[in-house]
Design a protein around this ligand. Structure first.
Ligand code: PA5
Length: 455
């Protein structure tokens, strides 16, 4: 069961002058081969590419841990942000849908923000005796996650005692660096590791994504098998990940600086959030690898079909020519519903009867694709034959490969995030974290805001 990329509507034959021609691709040949060579040569610097293959022991450890803990747990709360949260949210939604927490155990809540209202509302829902808190942070330092962790640890210890608290917390972090690993060791928490060289947004296929997935009954071996399957496909230079990157690269060069991800499936709704982080944080860069100021990147936009046909599609079809739209579609839905032939005597409604909702949804995607194509708007479609662990593994891995390849085409480092680190450091400084005195001084000398621009 292989996912497929259909890029007909990216090409000039189909969308005219705003499309990409074979000549454009040929002209990029030198860069494409250099990027493909770099992907091979740098493979050992991209540890996330080994994850489909080198985790037998980790998978075993996760499955044993889950089997041991599950009988006494009815709720899993994941505390993490960015790459530590978006993958687990996307995968659980894909496999279990929107209403999983209403009908299955353990319930899962991924808390990727520090809004006190949300935290209080969540705590009011929980029985601490039967809740496992999974703290996830690669750096073990991110203020949001560490603050959540401190609140939870304190709450558990005061309500359940120190010994019992140990059984209610699991940490996923770097094996050596950061405060989380130190605390986890001192306190005796169960710990899973994020391999060094696997950054936050590329971590969905390591314990960051595997642990919560296994808790919710997702077959993590099949997920990794799907990723391995895509990795093999990517051994051929003509692969969907590279084509995705090449087309986006050429489109960006032609002024299409927005990348819309638009699933026609509620299950895939949060893949757009995961993709948005991956594409934005990896490719939005000030400097290239030679230190030149380049200010590159493509702004990801999240949309959902058919819902956003009634909100954003007007802009996509007739607004500025600044977008590439990527649809995500599903050939066969897990369950379908037939629309009854209720109004056969009313042709303007009766035409719906006897069709299914899946057919209507997929037809609407085709119709939107056509409307875009007719207006000369480049778009492409990734189709999953079905949503399952194997196809999701393929999709995660394909988009990671596409992002890394796009980084090579742009000659930038797709794996750092200095802009994000700047914000993290400023928070530490403003909260008087030791070691950030210079940053604090820098912030204090920043231009004070003028009252005249505040009304
Ligand atoms: O992709 C990234 O590196 C970031 O988005 C991180 O995932 C995010 O900042 C959270 O970092 P950490 O896992 O270190 O707490």
């Amino acid at each position: 069961m292989q996912i497929k990329l259909d890029y007909n509507n990216m090409m000039t034959e189909f969308v005219g002058k705003h499309g990409i021609s074979q000549g454009d691709i040929d002209a990029l040949k030198g860069k494409i081969s250099a990027a493909a060579r770099a992907m091979e040569n740098k493979r050992n610097q991209m540890a996330w590419r080994d994850l489909p293959y080198n985790q037998d022991d980790i998978v075993q450890d996760i499955l044993l841990y889950v089997a041991e803990i599950l009988p006494r747990i009815d709720t899993l709360v994941v505390l993490g942000i960015g790459g530590s949260a978006l993958g687990p949210i996307a995968l659980n939604q894909a496999i279990h849908g929107s209403f999983y927490n209403f009908c299955k155990k353990p319930r899962i809540f991924v808390i990727d923000n520090i809004d006190p209202t949300t935290m209080n509302d969540l705590f009011a829902q929980l029985n601490l005796e039967t809740t496992l808190f999974s703290v996830v942070s690669k750096s073990g330092a991110t203020s949001e996650t560490m603050a959540q962790f401190m609140i939870v640890k304190d709450m558990l210890e005061s309500r359940l005692g120190k010994e019992r608290t140990k059984q209610q917390i699991v940490c996923t972090t770097d094996a050596q660096n950061g405060n989380l690993i130190k605390t986890a060791k001192t306190e005796g928490y169960k710990t899973f590791y994020i391999p060094s060289g696997v950054g936050g947004r590329f971590s969905q296929l390591c314990s960051v994504g595997l642990l919560p997935a296994a808790f919710c009954g997702i077959d993590i071996k099949k997920l990794l098998a799907g990723a391995a399957y895509m990795d093999k496909i990517c051994e051929n230079d003509q692969n969907p990940a590279y084509i995705f990157a090449i087309l986006h690269h050429l489109a960006l060069k032609a002024g299409k600086n927005i990348s819309v991800m638009m699933p026609y499936s509620d299950g895939l709704k949060f893949m757009s959030d995961w993709y948005a982080q991956l594409w934005a944080e990896s490719l939005g860069k000030k400097y290239d690898n030679n230190g030149n100021e380049v200010y590159v990147g493509q702004t990801p936009v999240k949309a959902l079909g058919a819902t956003d046909q009634h909100s954003q599609v007007q802009l996509y079809t007739q607004g500025p020519f600044d977008k590439v739209i990527c649809f995500l579609t599903v050939e066969e839905f897990e369950n379908d519903i037939t629309i009854p032939k209720t109004f056969e005597d009313m042709p303007t409604l009766g035409f719906l009867g006897g069709n299914t909702l899946a057919r209507l949804l997929n037809t609407q995607q085709k119709a939107t694709e056509y409307a875009l194509q007719k207006e000369g708007r480049p778009n492409m479609t990734i189709t999953l034959p079905k949503i399952n662990e194997h196809t999701m593994g393929q999709l995660f891995y394909m988009l990671e490969m596409a992002t890394a390849f796009a980084g090579e085409l742009l000659n930038i480092n797709a794996f750092d995030q200095p802009g994000v680190e700047e914000g993290k450091d400023a928070t530490y400084a403003l909260f008087n974290r030791p070691g950030y005195e210079d940053k604090k001084a820098e912030l204090e000398t920043a231009l004070p805001k003028s009252e005249k621009y505040i009304i």
